[in-house]
Design a protein around this ligand. Sequence first.
Ligand code: SF4
Ligand code: SF4
Length: 178
Amino acid sequence: MKKLSMSLILILTVVVFLAAVSAYKDNVKSETSTYIGTYKLDKGKPYLLEGKNQYLLLLAPPEALDSLGIHFAEGDELTIRGAITQGAILVTNIQRGEESFTLRADDLSINNYDECSSVKVTPAKCIGCRLCVPNCPVGAISMVKGKAVIDSVKCVSCNICIDGNGKFRGCPVRAISK
Ligand code: SF4
Ligand code: SF4
């Protein structure tokens, strides 16, 4: 009986692990493509306008952009390499004229900066509604003991979990801040 319970626990652990891996892969497709367009800021969020398409750019925490010397102005012509996730581009490389900036590895496995995001959840305020989890475009939010927790290395400080993205209104009880 004890052996059967142990086997069941092992099988359940493997199933949960595989589901988590699959959910992350569904969230961020690791194939990168190239997008060419102009840089635009809208309500503080960075976008790339490519013809009729407009993509939110998932870059990196502001401190990381500063450390890499990345500062764009509206109208800059950019060639962006990145992976599409929830209609936004998780950026791996940016070219502006002769300049080239690499934010993360092409397979998204590692960041090219050390700075972590300061976006955080206040556990006492979090009501565990889970709304933020599927709306994070990079899968940086998980639930631990009924409260949302942000992986500060994975988080790109896009602020969707705080103030939304047009479809999701952001945390309903303002439990997330930066
Ligand atoms: S949306 Fe807000 S309240 Fe809901 S789980 Fe996320 S942090 Fe907690
Ligand atoms: S700011 Fe929020 S939604 Fe954006 S990457 Fe970080 S945890 Fe995810």
